[in-house]
Design a protein around this ligand. Structure first.
Ligand code: SF4
Length: 302
């Protein structure tokens, strides 16, 4: 039985890079659902409209059967829901095996994950997921600053992110981390930058992606903003934070870097930030020094 008010097939979130992937709902909602900056599974007055649930295996298999029937072969497959890795490894392995059995030439299988889900799994379990064909895991690091993570009720600290990230990389599962520019507001911007650069340096993830914080009335942080307890940074400061994170990375970092979210103020990317660091910083500086950025309006939250 599916318990959510909104069917997990009606509202599915996925990273922008999975826009053309086959989406298979595996969990609904998010097992945590407390991050102050997130309105993904909340409606007005923060009412939870998609309850967290690990979906019945039959229900997941039916979606895969239907995709096979409609000829969805050759597509990447994205296992949707807040954090499918909250489910048992056996359950996930069954799903990935079924995907690879029913659909031909699947380019990759990926999903979102929370760091604590990964820490709860043994190295052997992660290896089983890799062997079944889980190629990439997306994780919202948001910030490396423990102060910011605590204020935003992320429920995970920097150390857990480092441990979980290293575990995934050791199991040879690709890791794509999200960094949320502006999450420290004006007050903690510096700590957000320096600590995020430190955590990224420790993990050296396969990929990291920037997204810019936007605050709408459907997210708890809106009230902090209204009360003057949180101050958003200006458009140009998102670029300054991004530049300073890149500038403070250790020399070991070889990650791919993307700005592939519509909320961002620039769209530069790198296949290897170790090689492109100077070019990246120079390009960001050319935006930062452009006087039009000083009067630019903040983008509407997305
Ligand atoms: S940001 Fe991720 S972990 Fe936090 S509430 Fe939203 S979906 Fe859940």
């Amino acid at each position: 039985m599916i318990r959510s008010k909104v069917s997990p097939k009606e509202i599915l979130f996925r990273p922008p890079v999975e826009a053309y992937s086959l989406l298979i709902a595996v969990t609904s909602g998010c097992s945590w659902n407390k991050c102050k900056f997130c309105g993904m599974y909340k409606g007005r007055d923060f009412e939870v409209y998609q309850e967290y649930q690990i979906l019945p295996l039959d229900y997941v298999f039916e979606q895969i059967d239907r995709a096979a029937e409609y000829g969805y072969h050759g597509y990447p497959v994205y296992l949707a829901g807040g954090n499918p890795t909250s489910a048992s490894t056996d359950y996930l392995v069954k799903i990935i095996n079924y995907v690879r059995k029913k659909l031909q030439n699947v380019k990759r299988v990926s999903c979102y994950s929370k760091a604590l889900d990964i820490l709860r799994k043994s190295d052997e379990e992660l290896r089983k997921l890799k062997d079944a064909g889980l190629d990439i895991v997306y994780m919202g690091l948001e910030s490396g600053s423990n102060t910011v993570l605590r204020l935003m009720h992320k429920g995970t600290n920097a150390n857990s992110f480092i441990k979980a990230g290293k575990k995934l990389m050791e199991a040879e599962i690709k890791l794509s981390l999200y960094v949320l520019l502006g999450l420290g507001g004006k007050k903690y911007s510096k700590d957000h930058v320096l600590e995020t650069a430190r955590v990224l340096t420790e993990i050296n993830p396969t990929i990291f992606r920037f997204r810019s914080l936007g605050v709408g009335p459907n997210i708890p942080l809106w009230y902090d903003l209204e009360k003057g307890e949180f101050e958003l940074i200006d458009p140009v400061e998102y670029l300054i934070e991004e530049r300073d994170i890149i500038a403070n990375l250790g020399e070991n970092v070889t990650s791919q870097v993307f700005n592939d979210h519509a909320a961002n103020y620039c769209y530069i990317e790198s296949k290897n930030i170790q090689k492109d660091r100077d070019y990246f910083i120079k390009t960001l500086n050319s935006y930062i020094e452009d006087p039009r950025f000083l009067t630019m309006k903040r983008k509407k939250p997305r």
